[in-house]
Design a protein around this ligand. Structure first.
Ligand code: ATP
Ligand code: MN
Length: 483
């Protein structure tokens, strides 16, 4: 006989099962006892709610009930009966309780009380058993599913771009090297440098920082593709918005100009956030309350004017503001915080990059909705972005979200071979090494565009979590790769 004949708690709560005899399995959250009865709150991760189990000491032996501590794993069989207590319509009157896995109450780190996020990060292997992290990772799943569903419905193809590459896509950040050489005794060339020609791939390789360049190759064959994979950046930025390993979604489309690109990005964000609002109501309601509690601990000027659910609806119900970099700079120059010298980086001449304090001012104070900034100075953007007629700007776009800042970076790509190689020359990027990329411009080039969405920044926005380390199961950051 198969072992798993259980019913999920989510199913029990959603369907009227009173009168049935069922088996549930899960982990004990709390146990309360008196002489006559023991109550166990069981959670199986299928949803945020616990299910109440009622155990009569006359039917279930004392030894078993004593082992049903917080953290223990149980298999329970019994009749579903209408519940007398508030908050839940039914409960199980147990007639069989089996301890699948004990948990020593003196040693189990996750107690039925509020733990700090820092403590839980140090116990990342067990934090998934808390309400907060259960909610986050169920929502993360739904968002990933919605990404695939959105693109599939639109006829985009999911492209698996390589994880090991020889190119540092944009020179964007430091890369992690990949090697099979013996580090104690690596082969050397004439100049005593490590000779990667003797390495596994016969060249130096690294973990990818972006799948975009390969995505472009595919878009110029399949028309519309997206990648959704892990990316790696060895940047030593200890911020609440950076990970060394994060997931990125990169659609790339032939026959799209900058405006088509903006339209797609806005529609896409509204769809996936709308999907979460519709399909993750209980988890979001829990996190909404949690976020409201957190707000109370903040200083007045740092408090967000909107609750979590209101922020999500701000995105789904508003048209994003679209302004150029030059317009943004004017707004910032004339803004109160700039005039009162409140910005750590005062707004200077045209051409300097915007800092996250500027981005947040535009989104949270000035427009109070998501903002798409376009047409950045070419000097602060990547070589592959399409050069505008003015000779100064490129057809880039950044999408800024409240609380997060940049959530998407993208552009129309430079499809003209001469313009592209000119820019590569200026930036000292090797055309020889990038011959395969330039071939797309040599053979059947066409206007095309794309963008990158940092998946964890999206999960952060939807769950309201302040630190990106709390929205990926096992975060990789400088000094952290324990689990
Ligand atoms: P930032 O200025 O915030 O470091 P970036 O300009 O380096 O971002 P891109 O290279 O354009 O970002 O990458 C595309 C998207 O990937 C960003 O819009 C962001 O959502 C996300 N992203 C970039 N770096 C990280 C990181 N270290 N951890 C998590 N997400 C990231
Ligand atoms: Mn960066």
């Amino acid at each position: 006989m198969a072992f798993n004949n259980r019913i999920k708690i989510k199913h029990l709560l959603e369907t009227d099962s009173v009168g049935e005899r069922v088996t549930v399995m899960g982990w004990v959250r709390t146990r309360r006892s008196n002489k006559h009865v023991t109550f166990i709150a069981l959670n199986d991760g299928s949803c945020i709610q616990n299910y109440q189990i009622v155990a009569d000491p006359a039917k279930i032996d004392d030894d078993t009930l004593k082992k049903a501590n917080t953290g223990a794993c149980l298999k329970i069989t019994g009749a579903v009966v209408a519940s007398q207590g508030a908050g839940q319509s039914s409960e199980i009157q147990a007639d069989l309780v089996e301890i699948l896995g004990e948990a020593d109450p003196d040693k189990f780190p996750i107690q039925p009380k509020k733990h700090s996020l820092e403590f839980l990060r140090e116990n990342a292997h067990l934090r998934i058993r808390t309400n907060t992290f259960g909610a986050i990772f169920r929502i993360r799943h739904h968002l990933a599913f919605a990404v695939h569903q959105y693109f599939h419905q639109k006829g985009f193809f999911y492209l698996h771009s390589p994880i090991i590459t020889a190119s540092d896509a944009e020179g964007a950040g430091e890369t992690f090297q990949v090697t099979a050489l013996d580090l104690k005794n690596p082969p050397r060339d004439q100049n005593n440098n490590i000779d990667f020609r003797e390495d596994f791939f016969e060249r130096a390789t690294n973990l990818t920082v972006s799948g975009q360049l390969e995505g472009e190759l595919a878009a110029l064959a399949l028309s519309e593709i997206y990648t959704f994979g892990p990316t790696f950046r060895a940047e030593n930025s200890n911020t609440t918005r950076h990970l060394a390993e994060f997931w990125m979604i990169e659609p790339e489309m032939a026959f799209y100009d900058a405006e088509d690109n903006q339209n797609l990005a806005e529609d896409f964000l509204k769809y996936i956030i709308g999907f979460a609002l519709e399909n993750c109501q209980e988890d979001l309601a829990f996190l909404d309350k949690r976020a409201a509690e957190e707000e109370k601990n903040k200083k007045a000027e740092q408090r967000s004017e909107l609750g979590l659910l209101e922020r999500l609806e701000l995105v789904t119900k508003n048209t994003f503001e679209r302004i150029t970099y030059s317009e943004a700079l004017e707004i910032l120059k004339n803004s109160k915080p700039n005039k009162k010298k409140k910005f750590a980086y005062p707004i200077e001449d045209w051409g300097t990059d915007l800092q996250s304090e500027h981005e947040r001012f535009l989104v949270e104070k000035h427009f109070k909705k998501p903002v798409i900034i376009t047409d950045y100075p070419k000097s602060i953007k990547s070589f592959y972005m399409k050069q505008n007629e003015d000779g100064k700007t490129v057809a880039a776009m950044d999408i800024l979200f409240p609380g997060i800042g940049e959530i998407i970076g993208g552009s129309q790509r430079e499809e003209r071979l001469d313009k592209l190689t000119e820019r590569m020359q200026e930036l000292d990027i090797s055309q020889e090494e990038m011959w395969w990329y330039l071939d797309t411009r040599r053979f059947g080039t066409t206007p095309h565009s794309g963008f990158g969405l940092g998946f964890e920044r999206l999960v952060q926005f939807v769950t309201g979590m302040g630190n990106i380390r709390d929205v990926i199961p096992f975060p990789r950051t400088p000094g952290n790769a324990e689990f």
